[in-house]
Design a protein around this ligand. Sequence first.
Ligand code: ACO
Length: 165
Amino acid sequence: MDIRVLEIADLPYVQQTNLTNLPENYFLKYYLYHAISWPLLSYVAVDISRPPKSPYDPPRIVGYVLAKMEEEPTDGIPHGHITSLSVMRTHRRLGLAETLMRSSQRAMVESHGGQYVSLHVRKSNTAALHLYKDRLGFKIDKIESKYYADGEDAYGMKMDLEFIR
Ligand code: ACO
């Protein structure tokens, strides 16, 4: 498995992975905006177990983290935000999400001076909550009522990035 920075050519495949794994989806131009504005913050996991048959073979994207810096932080503190994270069912519990998240967090600190990272997650998303709280060390900052289109609440979570500096 190769974990590397997201490239523009990956975007349609990342979008497809997102559509497969999550109900929160985005126009391609939003992915492009991330890749152009913060080119070092988003990562992909690529299955390289079988060699490509031709140079035109698409990359086998099996996971991604799409991340950005908050453009106008209300608290005045530079910080990153995880827009979306997912890993294909066939490749879960291999540590890919954790590695994708840690890679992005490091780049937030080293490239943008990020002091913390934030995200939203469904209250019912047990797997992601385990990853964020127990594995990575995020804390619940607030509950955002009816944050999602179907009316589910979100936890707004934050993680201090001091330990990387
Ligand atoms: N149940 C309980 N804990 C879990 C689970 C699970 N199903 N999956 C991961 N974890 C926790 C565990 O602590 C795990 O460590 P362990 O395997 O040693 O016990 C740790 O997270 C690390 O797991 P990874 O292998 O790195 O996680 P994975 O690559 O499987 O991806 C993810 C986790 C991204 C949540 C995956 O299940 C997924 O894609 N789910 C659907 C999409 C999704 O919910 N994305 C997050 C939405 S929130 C957002 O995008 C900001």
